[in-house]
Design a protein around this ligand. Structure first.
Ligand code: NAD
Ligand code: IPM
Ligand code: MN
Length: 357
């Protein structure tokens, strides 16, 4: 839905989710004064606490309400040791991704300060790529089951779903992005040497789609080799496209390359529709309540959301401010600094204000 004042549903979730979401919201609110960004934020208490209290995960009608009344959703994280089945995260997070048909999970991997990467002698330009993770099917389709559960003869099947339509649209999205952003190469990762059916479909569709983008190099790697090359030579990547599970795994590795999960941002996108923005990290139970979580992943996620909503200048201002804070060592402990979650985001806010004066 398009309106002048964009409406954002904020679902802070569990663990460190509320702590980092609070800071992202603080930044969004500051942008009203510095950049004239008018957002209407509405909080929703969906998460482990509500599930344990009321047995409700994603309330009835929630998805229709989000589609009807909101332009974007900002989420913190879902996951709580008191819910070992992860049932609420499955309903809320995977539910929104699947049922709102948010087929692009866009996860940039960008080194903001050369000191942050665990790789030796890398410059910031060596780690700068974007992962297009398929976000609605693959191993996340929920298909499978048990036979003779609980017996010695137990069989568990876990199926993977790859549709022609699903594979094609994520590959097209990756090439379109490369074209628009002037990126030179799209690399597709799969395991088609073993997964003969799904892998075969990905291979064929990738080759077919690539024909329409003659100016962009279409490259393929097996996902195991990609995991190795991401460490040995990350500079070779521009745009990576892959399935849901491989994308999940590779983007935690990508997060490590840029300085850790505390920095990684993501968007769950269906162009033109209400889309969901959330940091890559989870609820990090060991850090929760201590005021030590890095808010940068959430704040950079807010910047991605701003860009999606058409607030390009504000989005860039946030990214620059995060970079300046990090360069100045004004960071939480995971990045080698001394600051609390709130102090780290206060530093980012100061950089935004200073640049806007
Ligand atoms: P996690 O991302 O929560 O944390 C792994 C480790 O990364 C932490 O222990 C911490 O050392 C570091 N880390 C993560 N975020 C950080 C931050 N903001 N600042 C500083 N350090 C940070 O992954 P996990 O421990 O595997 O999972 C915990 C729970 O979160 C599980 O229930 C899992 O299912 C869930 N999860 C949710 C999401 C999501 O909601 N999008 C994503 C990943 C995991
Ligand atoms: C992520 C998370 C989720 C996923 C979990 C919490 C379901 O790891 O967003 O990367 O596997 O997609
Ligand atoms: Mn993950």
């Amino acid at each position: 839905m398009t309106r002048n004042v964009k409406r954002i549903a904020v679902v802070a979730g569990d663990g460190i989710g509320p702590e980092v979401t609070r800071e992202a919201v603080r930044v969004l609110e500051l942008l009203r004064a510095t950049h004239g960004v008018e957002l209407e934020l509405q909080a929703f208490d969906w998460g482990a606490e509500k599930f344990l209290r009321e047995g409700v995960t994603l309330p009835d009608g929630a998805l229709e309400m989000l589609t009807r009344e909101f332009d974007a959703i900002f989420a913190g994280a879902f996951g709580d040791p008191r819910v070992p089945s992860n049932k609420h995260a499955e309903d809320i997070l995977l539910g929104m991704r699947r049922k709102l048909d948010l087929y692009i999970n866009l996860r940039p991997v960008r080194l903001l300060d050369a000191r942050l990467t665990p790789l030796r002698e890398r410059k910031i330009e060596d780690v700068d790529f974007v992962v297009f993770r398929e976000n609605t099917e693959g191993a996340y389709c929920g298909a499978g089951g048990f036979l003779k559960r609980g017996t010695q003869d137990e069989i568990a099947t876990q199926e993977e779903l790859n549709t022609r339509r699903g594979v094609e649209r994520i590959i097209v999205a990756a090439f379109e992005y490369a074209r628009k952003q002037g990126r030179k190469k799209v690399t597709m990762a799969d395991k088609s040497n073993v997964q003969r059916f799904g892998g075969d479909l990905w291979q064929r569709v990738f080759k077919e789609v690539a024909v329409g983008y003659a100016e962009i190099e279409a490259n393929h790697q097996y996902v195991d080799a990609m995991a190795m090359f991401m460490v040995l030579n990350p500079a070779q990547y521009d745009v990576i496209v892959t399935n849901n599970l491989f994308g999940d795994i590779l983007t935690d590795l990508g997060a490590a390359l840029q300085g850790g999960l505390g920095l990684a941002a993501s968007g769950n996108i269906h162009p033109g529709r209400v889309s969901l923005f959330e940091p890559v990290h989870g609820s990090a139970p060991p850090l929760a309540g201590k005021g030590v979580a890095n808010p940068c992943g959430a704040i950079l996620t807010a910047a991605m959301m701003l860009e999606y909503l058409g607030h390009d200048a504000a989005s860039r201002a946030v990214e620059v401010a995060v970079r300046l804070s990090i360069n100045a060592g004004e960071t939480t402990r995971d990045l080698g600094g001394q600051l609390s979650t709130t102090e780290a985001s206060a530093s980012i806010c100061r950089h935004i204000e200073r640049a806007a004066q």
